[in-house]
Design a binder for this molecule. Structure first.
Ligand SMILES: Cc1cc2nc3c(=O)[nH]c(=O)nc-3n(C[C@H](O)[C@H](O)[C@H](O)COP(=O)(O)O)c2cc1C
Length: 175
């Protein structure tokens, strides 16, 4: 959840009850997702099916907030003719302007369309390259049911890995 969460920047999706996050089954770390989606809403549709908190970067209050823990970016690519910088949606670019936000980013997922050839997933790949974070998953358009399951599983693995890291650091700090 972002710092100083208020209703107008609350997630558009919550974790599903009894699913990931059920006591004793998975790690307590819950990586949140921040996504941008245009009016065609394909990324939004995917984000809503992930079963965890998802914040919409189309919302100005969300864009102005800073994630208070590890987060994953979910972005489409938009090639509008400028080879240098137009492929990353502006709301995503603005959100990434904060150094703290960039530091807490743990990975990137992308929605694209293979019809765009060499520009396929350009935004996701460019952000991963410049941030040094991994591309966690790529899919086309709103994704298939399989894509959603795969992304859920990747996020759960990520939660567990971050939890191990967190526990290790805590133990190190107390030693
Ligand atoms: C004008 C336009 C430009 C696009 N440019 C790219 C591109 O460069 N690379 C890519 O992989 N997909 C590209 N796409 C596909 C979108 O990224 C993809 O459809 C995505 O699912 C859209 O998500 P949204 O509906 O949530 O905005 C483009 C789509 C449109 C309409």
């Amino acid at each position: 959840m972002p710092d100083a969460a208020r209703p107008d920047r609350s997630p558009v999706a919550e974790g599903s009850p009894g699913g990931p996050g059920a006591p004793g089954l998975v790690s307590p770390v819950r990586t949140v997702v921040y996504f941008y989606s245009s009016t065609s809403g394909m990324v939004r549709s995917f984000a809503l099916r992930l079963g965890r908190e998802a914040f919409d970067l189309g919302d100005r209050e969300v864009r102005r907030s800073v994630p208070d823990g590890p987060w994953v970016l979910l972005t489409p690519s938009y090639k509008t003719g400028n080879v240098d910088n137009d492929t990353i949606p502006e709301p995503v670019r603005r959100f990434l302007a904060s150094p703290v936000t960039r530091r807490r980013l743990v990975g990137v997922m992308g929605s694209g369309n293979r019809n765009f050839g060499e520009h396929y997933q350009a935004a996701c790949r460019q952000i991963a390259r410049t941030s040094g974070r991994p591309v966690l998953f790529e899919f086309e358009l709103q994704g298939t049911t399989w894509d959603v399951e795969e992304a859920r599983s990747i996020l759960e693995d990520l939660d567990r890995a971050l939890d191990v890291e967190h526990t290790r650091r805590e133990a190190g700090a107390q030693a």
